[in-house]
Write a protein that binds this ligand. Structure first.
Ligand SMILES: [Zn+2]
Length: 226
């Protein structure tokens, strides 16, 4: 079939069934293009195994999935990623799930906090117990000195949540762990509110961005993905 460059005309050249299929089953795996899921179980199984993370950020599948979730408005992918992550965390290791918060300005831009959607996929109660008081520069864009102060007193536990989280073992959820500064600041705020412990779980580890060097959690099972 001759391809037509004009967008409108191109629609009519598509085979009708292919077009209908695309309408009925719009979800494709970001890794292998399989239908019906943002990320299929085969592609998840092919990720580098990590502790408390689905994989490393340098894997194309995860990078693409996270990009869609954060910058393309695809909140459905957060539901899937959250379910996969929840399966990896032992149920008896936490009481309550708390997402890393977004500042209200960024939340308004995006329409949702992806970490909250991730947190909602766990089989235990979740609570938006952390509040971000001001908009901050991305840690990755700052030098070491500025990083140390960028998150000073940014995260707090509002009064109405303090009594609810006291003595609880918290599972803190974020999408990507890079410098660790955000999760450290959140952990400090939670401890100040009297929680028992914090475990951090994320979709992807982006440790090389810290300049620490080659990641140490690669295993022999690593496969190159697309
Ligand atoms: Zn796949």
């Amino acid at each position: 079939m001759k391809s037509v460059s004009s967008g409108g005309a191109f629609m009519f050249t598509l085979p009708v069934f292919g077009w209908l299929f695309g309408i009925l089953f719009p979800l494709r795996c970001v890794g292998c293009q399989a239908y019906d899921a943002w990320l299929c179980s085969d592609c998840v199984a092919s990720l580098i195994p990590c502790s408390n993370a689905l994989g490393t950020y340098d894997q194309a599948v995860l990078k693409r999935a996270i990009h869609l979730m954060k910058y393309q408005g695809q909140r459905g992918i957060a539901v899937e990623l959250g379910r996969y992550l929840a399966q990896q965390i032992p149920l008896d290791s936490y009481d309550l799930v708390v997402p890393v918060p977004l500042h209200w300005r960024r939340r308004l831009e995006r329409g949702y906090n992806q970490a909250a959607i991730l947190a909602q996929q766990f089989p235990k109660p979740w609570l938006p117990a952390l509040h971000k008081r001001r908009h901050t520069a991305r840690q990755a864009t700052l030098n070491r000195q500025d990083r140390l102060h960028n998150l000073d007193h940014v995260f707090v536990v509002p009064k109405q949540y303090q009594v609810l989280i006291q003595g609880k073992r918290i599972l803190l959820i974020d999408d990507v762990l890079s410098t660790g500064a955000t999760t450290a600041a959140c952990t400090a705020a939670l401890h100040a509110a009297g929680i028992a412990s914090v475990t951090v779980a994320v979709i992807a580890l982006n440790v090389p961005s810290t300049g620490i060097g080659p990641v140490t959690f690669r295993t022999a099972t690593e496969r190159s993905i697309h």
